[in-house]
Design a protein around this ligand. Sequence first.
Ligand SMILES: Cc1cc2nc3c(=O)[nH]c(=O)nc-3n(C[C@H](O)[C@H](O)[C@H](O)COP(=O)(O)OP(=O)(O)OC[C@H]3O[C@@H](n4cnc5c(N)ncnc54)[C@H](O)[C@@H]3O)c2cc1C
Length: 522
Amino acid sequence: MERNITRHRTLHWFRKGLRLHDNRPLLEAIRSSEAVYCVFCLDLEWMRANERIGNNRIRFLLESLKDLDDSLRKIGTRLFVLKGNARAAIKTFCREYEITQMTYMRDAEVFYRQLEAEILEEVNRREIVTRSFHGHTLYDPQEVIDANDGQVPLSLDEFYSVVGNMDVPAPPAPTITGEMYKSCAVTIEDNHQAIYGVPTLASLGLECPRSLTRWPGGETVALERMRFKLERKNLFEFDQGPSTSKAGDHEYEIPGTTEPWFETQPETTGLSPYINLGSMSPRTFWHGAQGAPEKMRTTVQGQMIYREFFYTVAYTVNNFTKIEGNRICRDIKWSDPKNERVAEWIEKFKEGMTGYPWIDAAVRQMKSEGWITHISRFSLASFLTVGQMWCSWEIGQQLFEEFLLDADYALNAGNFLWVTGSAFSNQVPLRAMDPVKIARKWDTDGSFIRRYCPELKNLPTQYIYCPWKAPNDVQQQARTIIGVDYPEPMLNAATTRIQNLNKIKALNQQLRPDSDSDRDSL
Ligand SMILES: Cc1cc2nc3c(=O)[nH]c(=O)nc-3n(C[C@H](O)[C@H](O)[C@H](O)COP(=O)(O)OP(=O)(O)OC[C@H]3O[C@@H](n4cnc5c(N)ncnc54)[C@H](O)[C@@H]3O)c2cc1C
């Protein structure tokens, strides 16, 4: 029930949506309040109970919060970081600051929705008005489902036809400025930093190797990166444009400007970590792409529709990140992870020591930097499952969840379900790729492999994708002895690929004997 208050004292609860651009709930808070407190609840214990989160992900989150705090300072306020249990912290804050309204952006994940329900129970008890808006996706997942007569679209085609009949995504809300905020400014005490400041990684007792800071967090970097990517006329000119930039006092490299291997897919933007935390608004990105060259626009907007699709499905499917209890996941009999040989393969896969340089380089890049290209993700997912190892996709989903800065509940599991043909199709597609062929195609000069598998750097390019084929004298000359400096291949990828293709064909015979499954080229 709304109390009869004309000007509220509002707690704006930042969750994702760590931005001042396109932040409708914050805008509405400002419009309806005499005081707006910008709050973030940091409860690492709760976060870790719900997701595997490596230190690099926490570092990225803290940088995003620091950047948000800096932006809030510029408009005349600060971020209030409440540490510990969110429900208890919000309860105390509401009492202390006589809060009458709470605004927030809705999240889609099951665990965030549970947290939201708990917080709402608390604030409703205090008769605090709550107002929430969607903003982490282009479309509100519930509206898509409603538009489809209450059914979740379970194929991309079906999804396209539903959203095709909906309005185009709403334009972004105006960016919050100091002029907008000044009528609801709150007092910031001298001890603010000590009580409510953004903690550093070190103050949390955590550390992160320097290589992991290659992707700085925050809205400032996100917006700069988006403009840079969308405005560049020729995306193949790697050495054109700035190679470094500044966010606050942090000088960083703009990935992709100096290192061609980043651009193996020219239209890729590297914005996923920022979209994932909501430092970049999907609506701002989608509408920003409207003015980009045709190929860039269609690629970006097409990818964003994939994101919408997975979000909508994950919104309604329980246990989306698991096989058990996931109603849309096909029950494929994967290898027993306790089998000694399989357990050893899994260990080597996770360590980036399979003996297949393209696979090992991708795992090492993910673990050392926190981001890999789509083709690397696809390669790892295929190698682990239908391509070579025939292991459950949950192993990859969990590895990605821990290390990827953009690790996302819906997109990570959604893509694993898709690559392995565990959902979204009547048949299991033949997505068993060959790790040598795909490496030759995407890493034409071997520079990507050389960067992440430096023990192979002196090998001639013809052997870089399959070092075990290099004759002894070539290995000696390159000072890389296979089996000593770099592992022998842990399996024969060509053989396992054929075996797995046969398994898939047999599976498809059981599913729908008459139809052909679609074959991927690699
Ligand atoms: C096995 C596997 C796991 C993945 N896990 C994640 C994940 O946890 N988080 C994540 O953000 N992406 C995930 N992806 C999707 C995709 O690989 C990344 O979004 C993309 O590589 C990020 O790079 P970008 O920002 O340059 O993408 P761009 O090509 O610039 O695309 C723009 C945006 O569209 C969205 N997008 C792009 N491709 C996809 C896709 N296939 N599915 C859904 N959304 C997409 C992302 O938000 C991305 O930032 C996964 C893909 C695979 C194959």
